[in-house]
Design a protein around this ligand. Structure first.
Ligand SMILES: CC(=O)N[C@H]1[C@@H](OP(=O)(O)OP(=O)(O)OC[C@H]2O[C@@H](n3ccc(=O)[nH]c3=O)[C@H](O)[C@@H]2O)O[C@H](CO)[C@@H](O)[C@@H]1O[C@H](C)C(=O)N[C@@H](C)C(=O)N[C@H](CCC(=O)O)C(=O)O
Ligand SMILES: Nc1ncnc2c1ncn2[C@@H]1O[C@H](COP(=O)(O)OP(=O)(O)OP(=O)(O)O)[C@@H](O)[C@H]1O
Ligand SMILES: N[C@H](CCC[C@H](N)C(=O)O)C(=O)O
Ligand SMILES: [Mg+2]
Length: 468
């Protein structure tokens, strides 16, 4: 029977009259349990993997093999397949997704295009900011954002594809012009179970690419080639070390920025650290593969600022504080190595860092060990403890610190106090790294998000201490 569907929903509580409810097996509950509730709320089309025992004659049931994939396709059709009407590029990898898509967004705006962005920090349709709830939202939200972008004249959209989203089919139904792989290191093993499963999740994005798209991978990450196996898209690589299609050489790397040689052109960028050379190269490669002119791209790219809360420098009263979103062992090590690399003399590095609650526990001791290894002083503190006891998280972190580093490590549960203490410890010339929260403006404790912004607290504390 033909039906007019008023809306598509995957949450029974949101179903209205004539809705199509898609029952999804989630991580907490099975959406099939809520089919009846959805019908009571007005849904008269049910898309499900297993049919309920008692069928309602007034309702149309559509049985599918994978409801998440079906949701993606339905959402795309519902919003008139917007991904086919603009150039959509997805960026995946453990670290560097937000940095890369933000640089791409800024670059394409500078190049004069109308552009969309879907990222951890914010979603954007040209200058309009639409708050972000996930790194990669659900399929319906993605499609409605893309539709809005098309309506506003956008020709390009750059989006992050998190491994959670790929596995949960949030990216299904999307037609990509290209995908980028930044790197893969330890994270989210609580969710994926094993590192191999985590790699497989990232690879699923590349398996989904059409023939006329490109797959641009980091040649210096040994999993880059894995992404390209059996991938139908045009294979492209970038890197600093291994032979690759897009290559760069770091000429200088200071606290002010990076100087790179790309295709025999020397360019200065505002971003700091070798990891940003990778991000910039991925952006350069993507722009060229999308048909942009190399010289123009490099010229515009040297102007862009990068993402909020990524190596954000605050210099006050002779102390340099860096607020960075490093929340994985690899990111923390990269940021600390970058800081070590730009040290000029006897300045100390003081690191304030925590690990999130209800997230991968295995990274806790490793991150604390790395923090202590590369810093002169370390303050372990809270970072979104969520439903866990903050002190339990901190003890798990502390357990990873090398005994020789015990003396330089302290635990201060309250993040504000921890930042203040770092400010007290710092002398002129010292560098404070406040890691883990970057752009976040809250501290999540037991279901409540309390306002908290590392950048603001750092400024407050340094100002306060200077007056004392
Ligand atoms: C663990 C996880 O990823 N969960 C995501 C998932 O929800 P879920 O599978 O847990 O859902 P569930 O509660 O089991 O419910 C199953 C189904 O029943 C439905 N339901 C449920 C109750 C009810 O009364 N009626 C009803 O219909 C739900 O709407 C759902 O469709 O699907 C939801 C819809 O897409 C997401 O909002 C939700 O993200 C949660 C909030 C989350 O915190 N996710 C994080 C871990 C995440 O996705 N992070 C990544 C970034 C990671 C990175 O750093 O790389 C991201 O992309 O943001
Ligand atoms: N290419 C890179 N390689 C390694 N580390 C990086 C890279 N780019 C950024 N980082 C570090 O990782 C942190 C997170 O970067 P970014 O926000 O770009 O990653 P992300 O992949 O979007 O993370 P999330 O999965 O949380 O959305 C940065 O603050 C920086 O410390
Ligand atoms: N996308 C990541 C962000 C972690 C940021 C950190 N501040 C935390 O809360 O653990 C996650 O949800 O695991
Ligand atoms: Mg991100």
């Amino acid at each position: 029977m033909e039906r007019n569907v008023s809306e598509i929903v995957f949450d029974s509580r949101k179903a209205n009259k004539n809705a199509a409810f898609v029952a999804i097996k989630g991580t907490q509950v099975d959406g099939h349990q809520f089919i009846q509730v959805a019908i009571e709320n007005g849904a008269d089309t049910i898309v499900c993997e297993e049919l309920p025992e008692n069928l309602d004659k007034e309702v149309t049931y559509v049985q599918v093999q994978n409801a998440s994939l079906a949701l993606g396709r339905m959402a795309s059709n519902y919003y008139e397949n917007p991904s086919e009407r603009l150039k959509l590029v997805a960026v995946t990898g453990t670290n560097g997704k937000t940095s890369t898509v933000t640089l791409l967004f800024q670059l394409f705006m500078e190049l004069g295009y109308q552009v969309g962005l879907i990222s951890t920090v914010e979603n954007k349709v040209n200058d309009e900011v639409i708050p972000s709830t996930h790194t990669t939202p659900d399929a319906l939200t993605i499609q409605s954002l893309l539709k809005k972008m098309v309506e506003k004249g956008c020709t390009h959209c750059f989006m992050e594809a998190s491994s959670h989203a790929i596995v949960q089919g949030r990216t299904s139904g999307l037609v990509f012009s290209g995908a980028v792989f930044t790197n893969i290191t330890h994270d989210h093993l609580d969710y994926h179970g094993t590192f191999d499963e985590y790699i497989r999740a990232k690879k699923m994005l590349f398996d989904q690419l059409p023939k006329d798209s490109f797959a641009l991978v980091n040649a210096d990450d040994k999993r880059g080639m894995v992404m390209l196996q059996n991938c139908k898209a045009v294979h492209q690589t970038f890197g600093l070390r291994y032979p690759s299609d897009f290559k760069a050489k770091v000429l200088s790397n200071t606290i002010e920025g990076l100087e790179l040689d790309i295709n025999n052109k020397q360019i200065w960028f505002r971003m700091i650290g070798e990891f940003n050379a990778y991000n910039l190269l991925a952006v350069f490669g993507t722009a060229v593969l999308l048909g942009e002119e190399e010289e123009e791209v490099l010229m515009q790219l040297s102007k862009v600022k990068g993402a909020q809360g990524r190596f954000d420098k605050i210099s006050l009263f002779g102390v340099t504080a860096i607020v960075d979103y490093a929340h994985t062992p690899d990111a923390l090590e990269n940021v600390l190595k970058t800081i070590s690399g730009v040290r000029t003399g006897g300045e100390q590095v003081i690191t304030v860092v925590g690990c999130g609650g209800n997230r991968d526990k295995a990274k806790r001791p490793i991150m604390a060990k790395i923090a202590a290894k590369y810093s002169d002083k370390v303050i372990l503190t809270s970072d979104n403890p969520r439903d866990e006891e903050p002190m339990d998280i901190l003890r798990e972190m502390e357990a990873g610190v090398n005994p020789v580093d015990f003396k330089k490590t302290v635990i201060i549960e309250d993040r504000r106090e921890a930042i203040k203490t770092a400010g007290i410890m710092a002398k002129k010339g010292d560098i404070i790294l406040v890691a883990g929260k970057g752009h976040e403006t809250y501290q999540e404790v037991k279901g409540v998000k309390h306002p908290f912004d590392d950048r603001q607290i750092v400024k407050e504390m340094l100002n306060l201490l200077n007056k004392e």
